[in-house]
Design a protein around this ligand. Sequence first.
Ligand code: PMP
Length: 390
Amino acid sequence: APSVDKRSLSSTNGTRPTLSSNSVLALTTGDPTVFEPFWRKMGDKSKVVIDGGELMSYFSDVGNVCWFLEPELGDAIRRLHRVVGNAVTEDRHIVVGTGSTQLFQAALYALTTPAGVEPISVVSSAPYYSSYPEVVHCLRSKLYKWGGDACTFDQDGPYIEVVNSPNNPDGTLRESVVKSGQGNVIYDLAYYWPQYTAITSAADHDIMLFMFSKCTGHAGSRIGWALVKDKDIAKKMTQYITITSIGVSKESQFRAAKIIEVICDGCHNVGSAESENFFEYARELMSKRWQKLREALQHSKRLSLFKYPRERCLFTGELNERLPAFAWLECKEGIKDCEEFLRGFDIVGRGGKAFGADPKFTRISLLCREEDFNGVIERLLAIKGIRNGN
Ligand code: PMP
């Protein structure tokens, strides 16, 4: 494997960084470390070895629209979608990006150039992923501007709607809501994987964004991909990535291809004793966490969670519960600021306001390491204990 001294990436004393400091549990980001034990168990099977003389060129596949996409990764992505059944890949262009974060920006660029007289509004129904407004607003672009909640957007003319389904932060399933017909839709399908939700059909939209981070847990590789129907849009997205980073790390692409290959191979022996089915493992883990969380908040008068319907999953063949990556906690009994309330118990989440929602909500990540998750449960139980019947 590439010999990186992990200590230099970690905290100063050489141990891995942990979320807990001074007993405060910071669960503001969705760092998907929850899946680390699976990959540790896989050991050499998921190892990638890269010699010093390899992967040195900028170029990967000069004949392809996305000339910096490693063919191995392209093949692995198509195979993964075939195995899971969550998206149509036939007649689609794959554009690889440094996380889906870069692809979102690439899609905005592709859909708004050449520039019109006015910047195009970008909207998403609240509560929306807090990075959308941040990314849209960051460079004060003349191409596009943040237009807020899609549900209240009523301007004429072109717009872009971002649809995130299942949705971060609240786990709901989403469809586009603006109906004027002059807009383009970007589907962010970050969490449309069997460990989080039932796969009910193969998604078939013009622009779909997927990410490696929440699918396998390898957020650090910073790989995302877009499935794009229109060749010109795919070309412009590629152009954006060329301008901003001249491509995407090949080491990351090779690692992602290997990890995806391991996942696809493991999916063939579902339910067997030897099962190395990643999605089965990950679903079970998420299911246990949701069960513990729901138990901890049972009869709580101060905090509540959404209930989600069960759906038939084409991948597992079962009636599956939705198991979102985040808990979207709602405070009751007149508590107006849920983030502040939880902070009082040393749980730090991200308050509703960042998502264009009421501050009575807070999002906490359920993708943290086991010890941190157990810490959250302990604290939620303590809220009950201290406040007698809360
Ligand atoms: N979209 C959504 C809905 C997300 O939750 C995230 C990560 N939190 C991203 C996009 C970006 O992910 P990445 O850049 O790691 O692919």
